[in-house]
Design a protein around this ligand. Structure first.
Ligand SMILES: Nc1ncnc2c1ncn2[C@@H]1O[C@H](COP(=O)(O)OP(=O)(O)OP(=O)(O)O)[C@@H](O)[C@H]1O
Ligand SMILES: [Mg+2]
Length: 543
């Protein structure tokens, strides 16, 4: 018998397969539980009122409860009987259009049920209503009555923060969008059977293309696709995707980023690449069942021009996921409406589109003052808080790639465990990596001769970043073209000699960043080259 230890599986039988519910299913379950646990008031945040009515109706049916819906224009209307049947005659009590009256009525009514009050946020400015809601919350505790306030805006007065539970309603999932598309297909097919030219697979891809849109937006996009040529075909996927890109861009802070950068175009950063290779597998089929959690994301810190942004683009490409770029700076600039709502909406869209890569470039720019809460009555701090708790709690397959180069401007909360899966520090490239980077950029210019000796150039580019090496290649090409011959290594060396790398002026900051990173971040390049490696630090000292 061999004395070798055989690898043993930790568990002999595989664990039961656990399917992770979509964000909307998860939220509905959560609402269901809160109502059963007799939480008196829930605040349901969404732009999609009609969809919310349907969702609440489903919950009322599940629980066998009556459902009443109120609005300031129509008053209180009973929609469902306790058994779940629709009320045949919907008559409103006219005087019940007043929010005070309806709250008083709900508090005193004997029978239980769900009360959905639409667009209640403007009334939350009124101190009397706030007081009344506090009273109602007390009275409703322990009863079978639940108050659901729906609103497209978050406007929760501090007095009510402890009484009300906030629920952000996610965007539709694939099954809701498929239902919508199915009903559209039925309409189109009844009119003209020839108009439907899609296979089962096209149907699925078409529904998928609308992920990230509200139900109304998706309906409009599908309709546009049909109207354009009176047919529904596979080509309509492009129309829906283009419509989606436009809608998302309109939000002002989120953008689809098209890039064909590949991991092969990134020189060095071997540890980071290896880590990403393993993490990326969590998006593959079977990963969830195996027990892998969805990766949260990675924070890339480091000197300017070392490939942080490039890496974000390459990851999305390598994993074949859509790349969404979130402009943090614009969220805080106040240029695009309410910052908090914009942030929530952007995160919701990203979750709707998931699996996706959410790229937050130059995080620290948006965060300047974002955590102090000074100067803008704490809005920035709240927006940042929204992002942090989303990072902490998220279970969706949105992989965040955040980049930053001013480490000192990042708040410590961001670095806490549970936010990012890993923090990497991208240092200036060592000689072997410099060569790799130069060869990548030469190859891009169709000068990929592997035999050319680049030693003189590598020696002349001590302290150069990837971006500066790329610049040398461009500059060298100009020199060669000017001389009327093809590029030589001498051109590249000359270009390098003319370049003053940023690390010369940036030396103190780089030293501090390395010191910081050596304790808190992993080196993105070879493990045996510590982030603040002695020889590398001294290499950069200005002579
Ligand atoms: N490791 C690398 N391999 C290949 N090219 C690189 C590398 N690093 C940088 N480059 C080149 O430099 C360009 C700029 O790099 P990038 O924008 O990714 O830097 P960054 O780290 O995001 O800098 P900043 O902090 O200024 O945003 C890239 O588009 C790429 O052409
Ligand atoms: Mg960048």
């Amino acid at each position: 018998m061999s004395s070798e230890v055989k690898p043993q599986p930790v568990q002999s039988a595989p664990p039961p397969i656990k399917k992770v519910p979509s964000p909307i299913q998860h939220t509905l379950d959560q609402i269901d539980i809160l109502i059963r646990a007799r939480y008196p008031i829930l605040y349901l945040l969404t732009h999609e009122e009609a969809r919310l009515e349907n969702l609440v109706e489903d919950i009322a049916r599940r629980q066998g409860k009556q459902l009443f819906i109120w609005s300031g224009t129509e008053g209180l209307i009973k929609h469902l009987e306790a058994g779940g049947t629709r009320v045949a005659v919907r008559s409103a009590t006219p005087e019940m259009t007043d929010p005070n009256d309806v709250l008083r009525h709900i508090a005193t009514q004997n029978t239980g049920g769900l009360f959905l009050l639409k667009d209640f946020h403007p009334f939350l400015e009124d101190p009397l209503i706030i007081r009344r809601l506090r009273d109602v919350a007390q009275k409703l505790k322990g009863t079978y009555k639940s108050l659901l306030l729906s609103s497209p805006r978050l406007n929760l007065p501090i007095e009510l923060e402890k009484e009300i539970t906030l629920i952000d309603i996610p965007l539709p999932d694939l099954s809701e969008l498929s239902d919508l598309l199915k009903s559209l297909c039925q309409v189109v097919g009844t009119k003209d059977r020839q108009a439907l030219q899609i296979t089962q697979r096209d149907f699925h891809d078409l529904a998928r293309a609308a992920l990230g849109l509200t139900l109304t937006e998706a309906e409009n996009a599908f309709s546009k696709a049909v109207v354009s040529d009176s047919k529904l075909t596979r080509n309509d996927i492009q129309i829906v995707l283009a419509e989606k890109q436009q809608i998302i861009r309109k939000s002002g802070i989120l953008d689809f980023h098209q890039s064909d950068a590949t991991l092969g175009e990134v020189g060095g950063l071997h540890n980071l690449k290896q880590w990403l290779k393993i993490r990326g597998k969590a998006f593959q089929q079977g990963a969830e069942e195996f027990g892998l959690p969805s990766p949260k994301g990675v924070l890339l810190l480091g000197a300017p021009g070392c490939g942080k942004s490039l890496m974000a683009k390459a990851v999305a490409q390598a994993w074949q996921l859509p790349l969404l770029r979130l402009d943090f700076g614009r969220i805080f600039s106040g240029l695009v409406g309410s910052s908090e709502e914009n942030m929530r909406r952007a995160l919701k869209v990203a979750e709707g589109i998931a699996p996706a890569v959410l790229w937050i470039d130059e995080l620290e720019k948006g965060l300047a003052g974002g955590t102090s809460g000074q100067g803008d009555s704490g809005v920035s701090a709240r927006v940042f808080g929204t992002f942090l708790s989303w990072m902490q709690e998220k279970s969706s397959t949105v992989f965040v790639v955040a980049t930053a180069n001013r480490i000192d401007m990042l708040p410590p909360e961001l670095m806490r465990r549970g936010r990012f899966d890993e923090i990497f520090f991208l240092d200036l490239p060592r000689p072997a990596v410099r060569e790799e980077i130069v060869r990548i950029h030469l190859a891009k210019k169709k000068r990929g001769n592997a035999n050319v000796d680049l030693k003189p150039l590598i020696a002349a580019t001590e302290g150069f970043s990837g971006a500066e090496l790329e610049h040398c290649v461009m500059e060298g090409l100009f020199l060669a073209f000017d001389a009327g011959r093809d590029l030589t290594v001498a051109d590249l060396v000359l270009a390098a000699q003319k370049t003053v790398p940023l690390s010369v002026t940036y030396v103190e900051e780089l030293r501090r960043s390395r010191e910081w990173a050596s304790k808190r971040a992993r080196s993105a390049d070879e493990e045996d080259a510590p982030a603040q490696g002695g020889n590398r630090a001294s290499r950069l000292e200005v002579k």
